[in-house]
Write a protein that binds this ligand. Structure first.
Ligand code: PLP
Length: 399
């Protein structure tokens, strides 16, 4: 009998498991559409020009690596606020927003979840059905009971808006509702501005706690355009949470750069909230790392680098859109007669392809094309060189 003899092996991570299977696959034409990582036309993870320039700038003036403040680099936090809420936001002028640097979007969600557990210990958490797989685990781990609101309408290929609103309307006051601000993962279907207003109506009427997860700002229509959802909440909802990730938008996956913003009633409340959030951070990892935030901050603070970053983000967004169209065209060329145009209605890095688990398994085993069993494929991993093969493979399993 040892301390760990009763420890059971945890189930393997579905997506990492797929990657391992992909690596072991000898098929020379294999394509990994499982992981949510943007790849360029050459099929490689890009180092953005703006980020490379920021690296050079930082390297030219090497700094000692002291501890950052518990809530991170102040200039970085200020920039995150402006990106998320807009530079002219009255909330910022009134000092109502607390923003702390976080370890990517996941770290931001976890700080928010731990803080919420302190202020609303009995609240339930609602996530979309389906959702990014870590939402359920993360909020459960933070001590909450997690349930789902209706979201994906498989028949209509879109959002089940009526079902979503009904489920939110039935939630108890104080329920924490996790919402994908844009580029819903995994479905690729977002709400329209009018539908968001109806969600906000329910959030206000039922006194729900909205937690907007913004992991893909800039990947749907642009930084400003995608931020409109947050501004719509800011106009009408007195307190809510926003988690930001720069993993995708700066292609800085491994640097763990993100932020958590909490909208408060006034500046006094914001100061009290910040003091408690700092304790959450202090007791988890003390303070965040320096380099990733310094890179983002260097890009955002330099008008030329910032403009180049906006261009690069637009290039990533446009390339993904072009690949959606190429996939729809490729499927038609490969003889698929059913309407696949919903792939171009979706936004962001993913497509809910509509394929069944059996079809996804066949895609993998017979063709070396890897997506998740739910039918999710990462469109951002398609390129001119593989989209024809992927289309033909999908066509072969569709009949
Ligand atoms: N939230 C959603 C919806 C995501 O899709 C992801 C990443 O895939 C994250 C959060 C986590 O982002 P990060 O990698 O910055 O922790």
């Amino acid at each position: 009998m040892t301390l760990f003899s009763a420890v059971q092996p945890a189930p393997p991570d579905a997506i990492l498991g797929l990657t391992e299977q992909f690596r072991a696959d000898p098929n020379p034409r294999k394509v990994n559409l499982g992981v949510g990582v943007y790849q360029n036309e050459q099929g490689v993870l890009p180092l953005l020009r703006s980020v490379a320039a920021a690296e050079r700038k930082l390297a030219a003036q090497p700094q000692a690596k002291g501890y950052l403040a518990i809530d991170g680099l102040p200039t970085y936090d200020a920039d995150v606020k402006e990106l998320v809420f807009g530079a002219g936001s009255p909330l910022l002028a009134d000092g109502r927003v607390v923003t702390v640097q976080a370890l990517g979007g996941t770290g931001a969600l976890k700080i928010g979840a731990d803080f919420l557990r302190q202020v609303s210990p009995d609240a339930r958490v609602l996530i979309s059905n389906p959702s990014w797989e870590n939402h359920q685990a993360l909020f459960t781990r933070a001590g909450f009971t997690v349930a789902k609101y209706r979201y994906y309408d498989a028949e209509a290929k879109g959002v089940d808006v009526a079902g979503m609103l009904a489920d939110l309307d039935a939630a108890a006051p104080g329920t924490i509702v996790v919402l994908h601000a844009c580029c819903h993962n995994p479905t690729g279907y977002d709400l329209t501005p009018e539908q968001w207003q109806r969600v906000i109506d329910v959030v206000v009427e039922r006194d729900l706690t909205a937690f907007l997860d913004m992991a893909y700002q800039g990947f749907s229509a642009g930084i400003e355009e995608d931020g409109a959802v947050v501004r719509a909440f800011a106009e009408r909802v007195p307190s809510f949470f926003v988690s930001t990730s720069f993993s995708k938008s700066f292609s800085l996956y491994g640097e763990r750069v993100g932020g958590l913003s909490i909208v408060c009633a006034d500046a006094d409340e914001a100061a009290r909230v910040l003091s408690q959030v700092k304790i959450v951070i202090r007791t988890n990892y003390s303070n965040p790392p320096t380099h990733g935030a310094a890179l983002v901050e260097t890009v955002l603070a330099d008008p030329e680098l910032r403009a180049d970053w906006v261009t690069e983000l637009g290039e990533m967004r446009d390339r993904i859109k072009a690949m959606r169209s190429a996939l729809v065209a490729g499927l038609a060329d490969a003889g698929v007669t059913r309407d696949m145009s919903y792939i171009t209605d979706q936004v962001g890095m993913f497509s809910f392809s509509g394929l069944t688990k059996e079809q996804m398994v066949r895609l993998r085993t017979e063709f070396g094309v890897y997506g998740t069993d739910t039918g999710r494929i990462c469109v951002a991993a398609l390129n001119e060189g593989n989209v024809g093969y992927v289309s033909a493979s999908i066509a072969a399993v569709l009949d």
